[in-house]
Design a protein around this ligand. Structure first.
Ligand SMILES: C[S@@+](CC[C@H](N)C(=O)[O-])C[C@H]1O[C@@H](n2cnc3c(N)ncnc32)[C@H](O)[C@@H]1O
Length: 422
């Protein structure tokens, strides 16, 4: 499946616009949402056409233990693992028994975050790996596979294997490397190798949407990488559930669509009929079909003090008492943050001519509103629509990528977003 052009996406007859699914052939059937306009159209259509079922699957997942062991690969800062740690069920919790990351600086971040996650839990709850056992590890190495397998054995087995193998090769932020030849794409194979070796009852792989249209062998006639993974996982005995999910549906103040593939091993006793359209994924908590509005940019960053272009003071006070987090999102975000201080509310210093441009861009606008001022851009027609995008207070943010490259603008102040806001 080739990536649809923007013109195709927005044409009246395009299936995505009509709320239909784009199939990449075979059993891969996901709804493509590559830009904010398309995402909004789909959400409207979903409200009209779907009633969200609350039916839950029947089968039993794992042994009688009150903990399910999670092995986290390509951990980065540990965001995926955090989701599992925070997930609560009446008598079951997830605990991370291993978090694997190769980059030494990311491992330091991971360890800091593990400390934070532990403080968010009741004292004594051991939900993160022993920190002295978290070291940089190249998961592509044979001895790494053996090591992870022995950690899992010692903990009584891996119940869930999770990971987002690096995605530069499929990322729309990096169009030049859309190819399965990109060495980063090889790491999807590494993820599958771990599934094959550990055979967890459940795996969850996350990636960017580009995995759906990147051809496995670099030509448009071959399987997409997503379809290839899905087929291979089936041969390992898994029921497979591919889905594109948007973080905005779950209370994140940002449109951010990602591809998820969940596999449930047939040995668990589950079968396809146990699941509705959403498969094993949670139904949205936000958006019209749920009765709760999306979280807006104002709710997410409206509490931060006004700063100027190039502001560089790293620690500041909130404008009001830290206890006055007046919406659900802020209360959650401030739960474990330092009580009074705001960290990293700093922003790049832009040249005066850039600030002059910002001043002319309305909320929701972008470089197209000031195209006559963009004289230093050689190929304007190739300029990404996120360049000089000014956010809107009353809506979720667009997807935040490399925030300095996109040059996202504050909803009303004439400056780029601060690190804290991004
Ligand atoms: C897309 S990020 C994962 C982000 C993560 N899911 C999170 O929530 O923060 C992929 C990560 O894989 C790491 N990585 C790349 N190659 C690796 C390898 N051979 N072994 C272990 N980690 C690797 C990268 O350094 C990067 O942090």
């Amino acid at each position: 499946m080739t990536r649809p052009t923007r013109k195709q996406e927005l044409s009246e007859n395009h299936p995505a616009k009509r709320g239909k699914r784009l199939s990449a052939g075979g059993s891969l059937d996901v709804q493509h949402r590559s830009n904010i306009t398309l995402a909004r159209l789909q959400d409207e259509s979903r409200v009209e056409t779907e009633t969200i079922s609350s039916s839950r699957p029947r089968g039993l997942l794992a042994k009688g233990s009150s903990f399910l062991n999670v092995v986290e690969l390509f951990a980065g800062a540990g965001g995926m693992g955090l989701g599992f740690i925070l997930a609560k069920h009446a008598d079951r919790r997830f605990r991370l028994i291993f978090s694997g990351e190769v980059h030494p600086i990311y491992v330091e971040t991971l360890k800091c975050n593990h400390g934070l996650f532990s403080r968010m839990q009741k004292p004594g709850a051991c939900l993160v790996p022993e920190q002295e056992n978290v070291h940089p590890i190249d998961l592509d190495k044979k001895n790494a596979l053996e090591h992870v397998a022995s950690v899992a054995r010692a903990a009584g087995g891996a119940d869930v294997l999770i990971g987002g193998p690096p995605c530069q090769g499929f990322s729309s932020a990096n169009r030049n490397s859309w190819s399965s030849d990109n060495p980063n794409n090889r790491l999807v194979d590494v993820f599958m190798r771990y599934v094959d070796k550990l055979r967890p009852p459940v795996f969850l792989m996350e990636n960017v949407q580009g995995i759906v249209w990147t051809a496995k062998n670099g030509d448009n006639n071959s399987l997409s990488v997503a379809e290839y993974v899905l087929r291979k996982m089936k041969t390992f005995g898994y029921l497979v559930f591919p889905k594109l999910l948007d973080a905005v549906w779950y209370g994140v103040p940002q449109y951010r669509t990602r591809f998820f593939l969940m596999g449930i091993h047939r040995d668990t006793g589950y079968c396809e009929e146990d699941f509705d359209d959403w498969g094993p994924f949670p139904t949205p908590t936000h958006g019209r079909s749920s009765g709760r509005p999306f979280v807006t940019t104002r709710e997410a960053i409206g509490d931060l003090p006004t700063i100027g272009n190039g502001h560089s003071v790293n620690e500041m006070d909130y404008c009001e008492p830290a206890t006055k987090a007046d919406n659900e999102f802020l209360s959650l975000m401030r739960k474990c943050a330092p009580k009074r201080e705001i960290l990293d509310h700093v922003t790049s210093r832009h040249a005066d001519y850039v600030i002059d441009r910002y001043k002319r861009i309305p909320a929701g606008g972008n470089w197209q509103d000031i195209s006559e001022m963009m004289s230093n851009y050689a190929q304007l027609e190739r300029t990404h629509s996120n360049i000089y995008r000014r956010l809107k207070w009353g809506e979720p943010s667009i997807t935040i990528g490399h925030y300095r490259k996109s040059m996202l603008v504050h909803p009303e102040q004439h400056r780029g977003l601060s690190l804290r806001e991004a």
